[in-house]
Design a protein around this ligand. Structure first.
Ligand code: DGJ
Length: 736
């Protein structure tokens, strides 16, 4: 049983195959944390893991007792104001003005499987016995409130999912001013915090910093999880590297404003907490109402960052992403955005589609500009009906024509937005996120629809579902191109204005839920001006996301490497685009551009009509290679080998290995060529030491043990490693 409860010691021991997580009910009936880390043999009592002792100059709970202080106790879901001076996981503002509560253990339930989280994306099970769930009820007698702490243990997958639900059983209304998903107190502060930070076109760069006393945090206030910070944080030991050492990962299944922070206290305890950003948040909870906090997925690994990432990859690929496209091979697509931008008509599109089909492309995606009067980014968002000036025969006819060429057809939407120059805005100027009598800031000339309002979501659902019903559309790219400002809803009362950002995301999820249920055969790809909302929340509905608007092969090394900390490569849209690259002007070879994009959901985003015959032949070979290895890439285990964030970042390498270890694809990339660089040896990962492998393009064969321990000397394969800037090799390995 992966969840054990000992009634006499009042201890819970949650364990996966490799991990233990232990906590207990304290003498004051609150919950205290005991241990999280490598699996421990179960025993009757873990009481000695409870550390407490008299401490000078602190506050104590019980009169006459100088020991029991929450300031010193590792806690499971802490509150502020009752002797713990660190930041709390939650806070309840009551009608009296009091923020003091005393949530104590009432009872618990352990059951096989996992329930859905109301209105929120979350990990799931397909068979009851894949996971076990513990629900603990904590009750505050004075307010009549209950907190349900939820823990789901994925025993084989080695992950634990946590969340919290607040239920107001009392008579009076209360305000949740803070409702984080999880908190954990780890002993010691000898950790580095790993975060995925960046900006537009340079999303999810890996950053490390050493913990120091006080609070260190990452957060989003932008209305999306953001390109600036991803809702993920890990604590690793200073000597933890890609393949060895301890690391704790915390990944929040949420797409809105979040906070992830670590507070190191005066006894070097590191309190990590993660959840909805309490800044500018408040939730009015009336009698009988409840509030569900998003899920956080916790992964402990003593096999380095790769060990942690592989747990996330498997869990997120198979039990977070869902729907038919989760396991299906995704089509090799071509997207017209960088080929035409807004400037196209049906002839141009059909020309591109025809030429793409000849290269082996399977899906043609028509991007922004097909609706309203959208010749640039100042108009028409919200008017989801075809622009007959560009496409006189309509979307249905275009989709059918493209189908007739032997290609699937996909379409771009930006459902959450409206332009002032649109029929929608004219009809419903109040449907915008805004604050009365204040200016409305814009982003890319557009405004955010108020998805906290049901009628707005319904309206957009009707428009989109009509387009999807009328035309043979098998793919939707769901874009979102600006952050939120002046966050407010004209519909909600004053005391609910701080709910808008969260209600908005719930609206987004509900639209995804409806559309993916009604159109289960459609492949959804999420996007937000590239990767500004590339997070586990959206991965639940859309099994792939547009990783970044930056398609330069060299920049993509960092973006894809960083994203792979949490996200499986099957979730990363990766396209070969034109050179000079439209984002950074760099010229890289067609070979290197494909060598990077292979490690993702592969496609093209360029004007195939501009390609030479020689380039077309190369593209045909690339697509054939990808198709031949599709399943290996989409479902294999991905290992990062050399990091673009290490040293001068000149070398990146990685490998994807099939589950049975009989096949692998290895990628090696050099940014700048160096004069007389010496020898280059790469140590492979993830192979079977006893299998003998042939490597395409190399005459010798190799056992896995040699490739992993002695390495492959790349210089022996000169014909493939050109000593040039931005050069790369991709090798296919096959067991013989
Ligand atoms: C931003 C996306 O990331 C691009 O791929 C493209 O779809 C544009 N929006 C269209 O406006």
């Amino acid at each position: 049983m992966p969840i054990l409860y000992n009634g006499s010691t009042r201890e819970f021991h949650l364990h996966t195959q490799k991990v233990s997580y232990i906590f207990s009910i304290l003498e004051n009936n609150q919950l205290g944390h005991l241990y999280y880390g490598k699996k421990l043999r179960h025993r009757e009592s873990f009481e000695r893991l409870f550390h407490i002792g008299e401490s000078p100059n602190t506050a104590c709970v019980n009169e006459g007792d100088l020991v029991f202080s929450l300031d010193l106790i590792k806690q499971e879901y802490p509150a502020y104001g009752t002797t713990d001076f660190r930041e709390p996981a939650y806070q309840v503002l009551q009608e009296s003005g009091s923020r003091i509560t005393n949530f104590i253990y009432q009872d618990h339930q352990i059951y096989e499987g996992k329930k859905k989280l109301e209105g929120l994306p979350a990990t799931y099970v397909e068979r009851e016995n894949e996971a076990t769930t513990l629900e603990i009820s904590l009750v505050d007698e004075k307010t009549g409130m209950e907190i349900k702490l939820l823990y789901t243990v994925f025993e084989e997958l080695n992950a634990i999912a946590r969340s919290a639900r607040f239920i107001n059983h009392g008579q009076l209304e209360v305000n949740l001013t803070r409702a984080l998903s999880a908190s954990i107190d780890l002993p010691g502060s000898d950790f580095e915090m790993v975060q995925l930070s960046g900006s537009w076109a340079r999303e999810r760069h890996v950053k490390n910093r050493k913990l120091v006393p006080g609070i260190q945090s990452i957060a989003s206030t932008r209305g999306t999880s953001s390109a600036q910070q991803n809702p993920f944080l890990a604590l690793k030991r200073p000597n933890t590297a890609e393949h060895q050492g301890e690391v704790y990962g915390f990944s929040l299944v949420y797409s809105g404003n979040f906070l992830a922070q670590v507070e190191v206290d005066h006894y070097d305890v590191s309190r990590l907490m993660i959840g909805i950003n309490p800044f500018d948040f408040n939730w009015l909870l009336k009698s009988g109402e409840s509030f569900q906090a998003p899920e956080v997925v916790m992964v402990y690994s003593d096999e380095g960052l790769n060990g942690m990432s592989q747990v996330y990859h498997r869990l997120y690929r198979t039990r977070l992403a869902r729907g038919k496209w989760r396991d299906r091979e995704r089509p090799v697509l071509i997207n017209n955005w960088e080929a035409t931008y807004f400037n196209f008509n049906d002839q141009k599109i059909l020309e591109l589609a025809k030429a793409s089909k000849e290269l082996g492309v399977e899906l043609f995606v028509l991007d922004d500009g097909w609706f309203g009067k959208r010749d640039d980014d100042t108009t028409s968002l919200g008017d989801w009906s075809v622009d007959r000036r560009k496409l006189p025969n309509g979307i249905t006819q275009l989709a059918e024509d493209i189908n007739a060429l032997g290609l699937e057809f996909g379409l771009w939407f930006e459902p959450e937005m409206v332009s002032k120059a649109s029929e929608l805005y004219k009809a419903h100027p109040d449907w915008v996120i805004r604050v009365p009598d204040r200016q409305m800031s814009h982003g890319r000339n557009q405004f955010v629809l108020d998805f906290s309002r049901q009628e707005v979501v319904d309206f957009i659902y009707d428009l989109m579902s009509e387009v999807l019903r009328d035309a043979p559309i098998s793919y939707v790219k769901w874009d979102m191109n600006r952050y939120m400002t002046e966050i407010g809803s004209l519909e909600l009362p004053a005391n609910r204005q701080r709910e808008v950002a969260h209600r908005y995301i719930l609206g987004v999820y509900s639209l995804y839920e409806r559309l993916t249920s009604e159109f289960p055969d459609v492949l959804f790809e999420s996007c937000a001006g590239g990767g500004s909302r590339f997070d586990p929340g959206l991965l639940h509905y859309a099994p792939q996301g547009w990783t970044s608007d930056d398609t330069d092969a060299v920049e993509r090394l960092k973006i894809q490497y960083g994203s792979s900390m949490v996200y499986p490569i099957s979730s990363m849209g990766a396209h070969v685009s034109a050179v000079p690259n439209h984002q950074v002007g760099r010229v890289t070879s067609l070979e290197t551009r494909a060598n990077v994009a292979y490690f993702g959901a592969f496609g093209y985003e360029l004007d195939v009509m501009m390609m030479t015959e020689e380039e077309k032949e190369e593209v045909k070979a690339q697509i054939a290679f990808y198709k031949a290895n599709h399943s290996l890439i989409q479902k294999g285990q991905f290992y990062r080998i050399e990091s673009p964030f290490a040293g001068d970042g000149n070398i990146t390498s990685w490998i994807v290995v099939s589950d049975d270890q009989t096949e692998a694809i290895f990628g090696y990339y050099q940014v700048l060529a160096r004069p007389n660089p010496g020898f280059t040896r790469v140590f492979f990962e993830g192979l079977n030491p006893d299998f003998e492998y042939a490597i395409d393009g190399i005459a010798d064969t190799f056992y896995g043990d040699e490739l992993m321990s002695a390495g492959l000397q790349l210089d022996r394969c000169r014909e493939k490693t050109h000593p040039a800037d931005f050069s790369s090799v991709v090798y296919k390995l096959k067991r013989i």
